[in-house]
Design a protein around this ligand. Structure first.
Ligand code: ADP
Ligand code: MG
Length: 392
């Protein structure tokens, strides 16, 4: 593929930054988008269905081979330092260093039998970092694509997504499902990705109505709770599945939910989590049908119900996300709004009429600033394409 099919300012800035580092021109470039989950939250690790889209924000990597086996990384992201290590030493750094994502990917490629040289790499990204939009998956996908391109190899997309997921598990200690990595690799323009996390099969759902868009509202907060909170819910869900003698909670039909919740071993916490998972899977399926019928009122209602379930049953929301969702839901031009991503901060997603998007953005930003004194990061996006790479 040539660079013309990714003719964007990010890429031009990246190439300028690469040259500024005295590195000349790169051998290869790769780009990967962030992602937003439209509906199906905290479902991927429960074997259910999720409906993400890639967003039109990109992590771009330029890379040039070196002969001395060293990997030198730089990023335009203001909060991280340059890092160097040898391709022979891909052990995880103890501290939470951004190089761990790259090392995890390189270790995965090595495990698959790919041999690669050292390299200089520069990263430039417009994906908000730590905003629940998967800048980490974008980083993993961009690096894995770039290194494969450098050595003239390729991998099947789902296999590549699993490699990136393992990097996130082993090198960033985030026990995530496959959704983020699958989304940033597999998504296509103007489509949502319906991923069945039971067997990793997927299909696309059109989102090509020119009148409607996805609005991302980044709360710009991240609450400490998130570390243990995610693992705790995952563990409780898996325990509930084991007690119910099913592989995952996906196998609990909505019609049997009440009977399941009445079982002896269901304590209050477990009951809430199971109820969220089972109803959220149902909402996701109904949202796909509603979108296919261009029934935005129903889709929006399902988003609103998803938020309530995440707030009250799964308890992964926070006052900021509750405020944003409630404010947006009340506006004309917004079909629905909910928190998206892992929660405890990060972003909300709203389904908006594009001709009202500016008004919605301004109203939510003003209200949020007044209530919390924080400037929300708001932008509208259409579903974008997935990660790609090319020789320069
Ligand atoms: P999210 O994936 O929701 O954005 P995470 O906490 O999972 O948030 O990942 C953010 C981390 O990923 C950052 O702290 C950093 O280590 C790494 N990262 C993401 N994007 C970049 C980037 N452009 N440059 C350097 N590191 C990045
Ligand atoms: Mg992440």
């Amino acid at each position: 593929m040539d660079t013309l099919s990714f003719d964007r300012k990010e890429l031009r800035d990246l190439l300028a930054l690469f040259a500024d580092q005295g590195l000349g021109s790169p051998d290869v470039c790769a780009v990967a988008p962030g992602r937003v989950n439209v509906i199906g939250e905290h479902i991927d690790y429960n074997g259910g269905l999720v409906l993400p889209a890639a967003i039109d924000r990109w992590t771009c990597v330029a890379l040039k081979a070196r002969e001395d086996g060293m990997v030198n990384l730089r990023s335009s992201h203001g909060e991280v330092e340059p890092v160097s290590f040898s391709v022979e030493d891909l052990a995880k750094s103890e501290k939470r260093c951004w190089s761990n994502y790259v090392k995890g990917v390189l270790a995965g490629l090595k495990r698959k039998g790919f041999a690669f040289p050292g390299f200089d790499a520069v990263v430039l990204s417009t994906v908000p970092v730590g905003g629940g939009l998967s800048s980490s998956a974008a980083l993993e996908a961009a690096f894995s694509k770039a290194v494969l391109e450098l050595v003239g190899e390729s991998m099947e997309p789902l296999e590549l997504a699993r490699l990136c997921q393992k990097a996130e598990h082993d090198y960033a200690d985030v026990p995530c499902g496959l959704m983020d990595q699958a989304a940033v690799i597999l998504c296509e323009d103007s489509k949502l990705l319906l991923l069945d996390c039971q067997d990793d099969s997927y299909r696309y759902a059109d989102f090509d109505d020119p009148d409607w868009g996805l609005m991302i509202i980044n709360s710009c907060v991240s609450h400490e709770l998130s570390d243990g909170g995610y693992a705790r819910r995952r563990d409780v869900c898996h325990q509930a599945a084991a007690e119910l003698e099913v592989g995952t909670l996906r196998e609990v039909p909505l019609a049997e939910l009440d009977a399941v919740l009445a079982k002896d071993f269901m304590d209050e916490e477990k009951r809430r989590y199971v109820r969220h998972v089972v109803t959220e899977i149902d909402r996701t399926l109904r949202a796909v049908d509603a979108l296919a019928a261009r029934d935005y009122a129903l889709t929006g209602q399902l988003l609103n119900e998803s938020h309530a379930s995440l707030r009250d049953d799964y308890r992964v929301s926070c006052p900021e996300l509750d405020f944003i969702s409630k404010t947006a839901q009340a506006l004309e031009g917004v079909a629905g709004c909910r928190m998206t991503g892992g929660g405890f901060g990060g972003s909300a997603i709203a389904l908006v009429r594009r001709d009202q998007a500016d008004m919605v953005a301004e109203t939510v930003a003003d209200a949020y600033r007044e209530r919390f004194g924080i400037e929300a990061g708001i932008f509208e996006t259409r579903p974008a394409g997935g990660a790609r790479s090319w020789r320069c």
